[in-house]
Design a protein around this ligand. Structure first.
Ligand code: 26M
Length: 818
């Protein structure tokens, strides 16, 4: 027996089958006697969606009743990947679905492959948001995510003759069962116009008379927690024309033009900007930011006002987290609403703003900080610009009191940058207005304190903290590596580690156990087989499973040094070519795998991709090399590709120039999957070393503290002969495309090697040789691999989120009863 309040849906295989067939017939509208894999996937997803909705409703009902302090997580990017497998695992009903589908003649895995990625983000920052949403839900925190529902996600990368080409990502073309459109939840978002004075109750107020209005419509994406009834919400906004849009044209009788113009509103949420490094001061990008911020803040204030009639408890009920500076206009928007619309007075409004906002920065380079030209801000958001000036004026007054006439300090810290293009420094704005500024690893924190935000740290040392990033073990072990998941649970005697990652440390005791080692190697083999099949389908290249799978997958950037990897591969190739038969027998075979997208306008990154292909062409077709070396470039790297590649790799590379990677999160996924790391002591790697020990990985390169001196040496820095030789091979056209690669070679020679590839090359080769040596001894390797997984606990996003909840947001779990 069950009461209505327990929910309607049953999860036994027969009920699930009925549901799936129901959705085939009535949602997908196909005959239940004939439907293909894609239609079966759609029906299956809708049946899972029903279950998500049920939990979503219960959770929000419960949050409403309890009215706890809520966290609102604002991010312009979320890289969610696929939802089906993750949802059924988090809901705890995967096995039941496998049975139900089996009886209908379908295989769960085959249907899951029909799904395409939701790729509403660029890279690290965006995937981090997705991992953090999973942890927030699993840990029962009363949290909401807010973002933009881009019609086109990150571009698809296709490779033609070894060159990257970009194609649009039509991810919504076949419908998206994971979202719920809420046509009734919509807000008007305004742009442009003028600011006027108004007198009300004897006081003067500024009133913004906007020039354009666009409607923001909510799309809700339920995020289920693992092992809990809680499912939280990721609310994404889409732009639609509003009733107010371009009324002028209707009035002048130009009906056709008026209708056509209306469609222009939708442009705002059309496409994700694909550059994860440079800010170009584009109007559309600023429009996206404000559109998303304004809709989110209206929604948050409306929800608060539903149960409160004044703002006295605002700061006790709301925490707002800004993911990098991209949503930082939210700060100004709250200030505007409280001051101009709610008439709370400046001091009270400012006090509230300073208590609710916190901000995390994901950048190391000062050049990577977001700036918005004042002219652009003034035309699109005239009232916001005034408020920014007012905040800056008060801030400058404070600085004067504290530091007197130290004008260069004032200029460095000002929110407004004077110069050829007068701009608003969004990071300075965020630091001034937020109560906490977080870095994403300890090294990052040190750099923030001593370089990037030094002046601000001197002023407000207590504002600055760090929360080392983490990733969710639900997606990165349970979903993507079921074989490893089973072995871990068997040896730990429990599945509790899926919610309590610290338990993984229990594997340490068995790291040398022959039985575990054998099972561990078997898991790796299964995953390598899967990956090898994928590689063969993609490229036609057959790779040996006995080879070491050596992987570097991430966005292509000069600082991440994919070029160092390729030059290392050229060196290896060169060595193999000159060996005699007996030496060749000692070579550890390698399959080198590289994957990643280059920002469309990033020429050097695109050249690195082409070089990968040119080297692969030569190496893979050299009969004298055979299985000793293969180079594979995996096109269109995304979350789903990562889920396939990571479990199947033996070694992974994280070789950024020290001091450039704020944290890095890919390494954590590899670590959880028992892949050994070949890495520089940069970002989170420094903390990984502490957890698993330097003996269990292959470290290389200059340290953060050594980099400035090496850079100063310029052309006189010591570079090994092998480096000169491999660059010369590329320069001389050994891999073809001589002219095309010239400018790429120029970036690492003649004293211009900013990222220090030459300086680190000898150390890189040594680390690679150490990896070869370790791989020969499979017992030793497997032990290192088990110790990697067992030491990965600290890098779960569950730990990161617990730290944020306690130290930054001040929120507590609110667990919906089953
Ligand atoms: C810039 C201009 C216009 C539009 C978008 C951008 C932009 C988008 C994403 C700029 C930066 C973006 O992301 C930066 C990023 O992903 N940083 C990475 O964040 C990870 C999570 O904290 C860290 O692990 C990485 O070290 C860091 O590079």
């Amino acid at each position: 027996m069950f009461g209505l309040m327990d929910g309607f849906l049953k999860n036994d295989p027969v009920s699930l089958q009925k549901d799936i067939v129901y959705h085939v017939e009535y949602t997908v509208a196909r005959s239940r006697f004939s439907f293909d894999d894609f239609e079966a996937y759609q029906a299956l997803s809708h049946s899972v969606r029903d279950r998500l909705i049920e939990r979503w409703h219960d959770t929000h009902q419960y949050f409403k009743k309890k009215d706890p302090k809520r966290l609102y997580f604002l991010s312009l990017e979320f890289l969610m990947g696929c939802s089906l497998s993750n949802s059924v695992i988090n809901l705890g009903i995967r096995d039941q679905y496998v049975d139900a589908l089996g009886q209908l003649g379908f295989e769960f895995e085959v249907l899951a492959e029909q799904e395409g990625d939701a790729a509403l983000g660029n890279g690290g920052l965006a995937r981090l948001s997705a991992c953090q949403m999973d942890s927030l839900a699993t840990l029962d925190f009363p949290a909401w995510g807010y973002g933009l529902r881009y019609q086109y996600g990150l571009f698809r990368q296709i490779i033609v003759d070894g060159f990257q080409h970009e194609q649009p990502d039509y991810w919504l073309n076949f419908g998206n069962p994971w979202e719920i459109e809420r046509v009734q939840v919509s807000y008007a978002v305004k742009f442009y116009g003028t600011v006027e004075e108004e007198v009300s109750n004897g006081s003067n107020y500024k009133v913004w008379i906007p020039g354009e209005t666009v409607e923001a419509v909510a799309y809700d994406n339920p995020i289920p927690g693992y092992g809990t009834r809680n499912a939280i919400n990721l609310r994404l906004w889409a732009a639609k024309p509003s009733g107010q849009y371009d009324l002028e044209s209707y009035n002048t009788g130009d009906y056709i033009n008026a209708v056509v113009n209306r469609q222009k509103a939708e442009i705002i949420s059309n496409v994700l900007y694909p550059d994860d490094r440079s800010y170009q001061g584009k109007e559309l990008r600023l429009k996206q930011q404000y559109f998303f911020v304004s809709a989110s803040i209206q929604d948050i204030i409306r929800r608060f006002k539903d149960v409160h009639d004044n703002f006295d408890e605002f700061t006790e009920k709301i925490a707002l987290q800004i993911n990098d500076t991209h949503p930082s206009l939210a700060i100004i928007e709250v200030m505007r609403v409280l001051f101009d619309e709610e008439h709370l007075g400046w001091d009270k409004a400012w006090d509230i703003v300073c208590k609710i906002f916190s901000f995390t920065t994901h950048t190391v380079q000062p050049e990577g900080l977001e700036k918005i030209p004042v002219d652009l801000m003034g035309s699109l958001l005239p009232r916001h610009l005034q408020i920014i000036y007012d905040i800056n004026y008060k801030f400058m007054e404070e600085l004067k009191k504290k530091f007197g006439q130290d004008y260069s300090r004032h200029a460095r810290m000002s929110i407004v940058e004077e110069g050829a293009v007068k701009s608003i420094r969004m990071a300075n704005l965020s630091i001034v207005c937020c109560h906490k500024v977080n870095g994403v690893s300890r090294v990052h924190f040190e750099l923030l304190k001593t370089r990037v935000f030094k002046d601000f740290y001197d002023l407000w040392p207590l504002k600055f903290q760090y929360k080392t990033n983490g990733v969710t073990q639900r997606r990165w072990i349970v979903v993507s590596n079921p074989s490893l998941c089973a072995v871990i649970s068997k040896w730990l005697g429990t599945e509790a580690w899926v919610r309590n990652i610290d338990l993984l440390a229990g594997l340490r005791d068995y790291a040398s156990d022959a039985d575990l080692q054998q099972e561990w190697r078997m898991v790796k083999k299964i995953n390598k087989m899967r990956l090898a099949e994928y590689i063969e389908t993609l490229s036609g290249v057959k790779v040996s499973l006995d080879a070491m799978f050596d992987v570097q997958i991430k966005r292509i950037h000069e600082y991440k040094r994919q070029l160092l990897n390729v030059l290392g591969i050229i060196h290896r190739y060169d060595c193999i070519k000159s060996m005699n038969e007996s030496d060749r027998r000692k070579v550890v075979p390698r399959v080198c795998i590289i994957g990643g997208k280059a920002a469309p306008g990033y020429e050097i990154a695109k050249k690195i991709i082409k070089l990968c292909h040119a080297v692969a062409e030569k190496v893979n077709n050299d009969p004298g090399v055979g299985d000793l070396l293969k180079l594979i470039f995996i096109p269109d790297y995304n979350v789903s590709v990562a889920e396939l590649v990571i479990p199947g790799s033996d070694l992974s590379q994280h070789v950024s120039t020290a001091g450039h990677e704020a944290s890095g999160t890919g390494s954590m996924k590899f670590l959880m999957n028992g892949c050994l790391l070949l890495a520089t002591a940069d970002g989170s790697t420094v903390e990984i070393i502490e957890e698993i020990g330097a003996d269990n990985m292959f470290l290389l390169g200059a340290r953060v503290s050594e980099v400035p001196a090496l850079r100063d040496q310029g052309a006189s820095v010591r570079v090994p002969l092998q480096f000169v030789r491999v660059v010369r091979m590329v320069r001389d056209g050994y891999f073809g495309f001589k002219d095309y690669f010239e400018s790429l070679c120029d970036t690492v020679e003649n004293g211009k090697d900013f990222y220090l590839l030459g300086a680190d090359f000898a150390s890189y080769l040594e680390a690679q040789a150490a990896a070869d040596l370790a791989f020969v001894n499979q017992e030793k390797w497997t032990r290192m691999s088990i110790l990697s997984t067992s030491g990965s606990g600290r890098f779960s996003s569950d730990r990161t989120i617990e730290e944020y909840a306690e130290q930054t947001w001040g929120i507590e779990p609110c667990k919906c009863p089953f």
